[in-house]
Ligand binder design. Structure first.
Ligand code: HEC
Length: 154
């Protein structure tokens, strides 16, 4: 009688040991699944988050206030000038717009755009005088926002 009880006790002790071993091995795997590190630039979660951006529909739908010449000038500035004169602190050119045209005068701007400088290409051979006029007419309509804070190193 005594012998049987001892054996049963031993077996349940062994079972408990196996259960602990299984938990020790499987535990980290189970908990690790949720917190998988991002791979190949993919986020661990595949559930997209929705960000709401309220905007003013009336302002969005309002007809453009620019004339055709000013619109052409805006396109030219975006294509030829914004790369250096955008509001990005890493771009070398000063902000362009109404303050520069009024401060420097049209003749100076026209000359600068034609001749450029050591830091700026001249557009004498790639922009027609009428296009430079369109650029200036657009710049007169535009007041640039203050430059953004220095960008973090990438
Ligand atoms: C490759 C870069 C680059 C491009 C493209 C560029 N600029 Fe510039 N621009 C500069 C730099 C740098 C300066 C400041 C140094 C200088 O005055 O030469 C400058 C200066 C100017 C100035 C003088 C501003 C002032 O207050 O002295 C004007 C006006 C100007 N750019 C207009 C333009 C226009 C208009 C275009 C497009 C047709 C243009 N730039 C394209 C780099 C550029």
């Amino acid at each position: 009688m005594m012998g049987r009880t001892r054996i049963r006790g031993l077996m349940s002790a062994r079972f408990a040991l196996v259960a602990v071993a299984v938990f020790v091995v499987a535990g980290p795997c189970a908990t690790g699944l949720g917190a998988q590190a991002p791979r190949n630039g993919e986020a661990a979660s595949s559930v997209p988050t929705v960000e709401r951006q309220p905007y003013d529909t009336r302002a969005f739908m309002a007809p453009l206030a620019l004339t055709e010449a000013e619109r052409n000038g805006r396109r030219l500035v975006a294509q030829r000038c914004a790369n250096c004169h955008g509001a990005n602190p890493r771009q070398p050119g000063p902000l362009l717009g109404k303050p520069v045209v009024e401060g420097r005068g049209e003749a100076f701007i026209r000359d600068k755009v034609k001749k450029g400088s050591t830091l700026m290409p001249g557009f004498e051979h790639t922009l027609q005088p009428a296009q430079i006029d369109e650029i200036i007419s657009f710049l007169r309509t535009y007041t640039p926002p203050p430059r953004s804070a220095p960008a973090a190193q990438e």
